[in-house]
Ligand binder design. Structure first.
Ligand code: AMP
Length: 289
């Protein structure tokens, strides 16, 4: 019989994690906003593979949503999430209330410069400040040895890694591959918002990225040409509104003009009113003479 603890207070988490640590266990941590799916489960599995005690947090963090974004309608189903976590072999689920996490007006923020200026940072002001602040808080509460993030949110993973490095936080960040539906759509809690028609069009995001990979493999290195080819594919949907299609340096996230070595191809597109993001890392290998 699988046994899972559940905690709603910071104090409970501290006690349970301290007991696991005293028992000599390595602590793995998967922070999430709930509405758990196969992408989250892949992170949990990676954590179980490397750690003797795995904590999952479920917290729809208000400080990372801007005005007019989907904080209120974000899917919440704690019962289903608990059952997924239990089934997956999680040891402790931490599902705090907003007042537990933000007991007073929050006037202390962690923000990462430069890496948050491009891509989603350009379109969601304050978003990454909310993400880094809540992750710093959660890392202080759980004190994990390793925290697991998804490549699906490539900019977030890079920003968190940089925060941990710059602030000498004593944990390791592991980034796990993007889990996709059979047709290529990246699994996401927000896919629940899509109507049947929109769901069909949503596949264009991964189709555009696949086309980009194909063109690069065939020798196309001009980012302008690659972005144009992706734009054309996404524009096949009358419901699609492109926020950005960018090709950037994998370390600095600055736009690049020509593919040389590795690059991150990232896009954000609204299908109807649902904002979806996806990305791939491509690499150009010059043929040897
Ligand atoms: P969220 O609940 O959307 O905040 O996501 C929690 C964690 O799950 C983040 O590290 C995400 O990058 C990761 N994640 C979300 N979707 C996927 C996916 N399709 N594949 C892998 N990881 C994912």
């Amino acid at each position: 019989m699988l046994y899972m603890e559940s905690a709603t207070t910071i104090e409970q988490v501290r006690q349970s994690v301290a007991a696991a640590r005293t028992a000599g266990k390595r602590i793995g941590f998967v922070p999430t906003m709930g509405a758990l799916h196969a992408g989250h489960v892949s992170l949990i599995e990676a954590a179980i593979g490397r750690c003797g005690y795995v904590v999952v947090s479920i917290f729809v963090n208000p400080t990372q949503f801007g005005p007019g974004e989907d904080f209120d309608k974000y899917p919440r189903d704690l019962e289903a999430d608990m059952s997924i976590c239990k089934q997956a072999g999680v040891d402790l689920i931490f599902a705090p209330s907003a007042s537990e996490m933000y007991q007073k007006e929050n006037i202390t923020w962690v923000s990462v410069d430069k890496l948050t200026l491009n891509l989603c940072g350009k379109f969601r002001p304050g978003h990454f400040r909310g993400v880094t602040t809540v992750c710093a808080k959660l890392f202080n509460i759980v004190q994990p040895d390793i925290a697991f993030f998804g490549q699906k949110d490539a900019q977030q993973a890079l920003v968190i890694k940089r925060m941990v490095a710059d602030l000498n936080m004593p944990l390791q960040i592991v980034v796990c591959p993007t889990v996709r539906e059979p047709d290529g759509l990246a699994v996401s809690s927000r896919n629940k918002y899509l109507s049947a028609e929109e769901r069909k069009d949503a596949v264009l995001l991964s189709a555009a990225l696949a086309e980009c990979e194909k063109l690069v493999a065939a020798g196309q290195r001009s980012c302008e040409a690659l972005i144009e080819a992706m734009r054309k594919i996404i524009s096949e949907s009358s419901k699609a509104q492109i926020e950005y299609i960018s090709i950037v340096d994998t370390e600095t996230l600055a736009d690049i003009d020509v593919i040389e070595g590795r690059a991150l191809v990232a896009l954000a597109v609204k299908i109807g009113s649902t904002r979806l993001i996806d990305n791939v890392i491509i690499s150009y290998q010059p043929r040897s003479a």
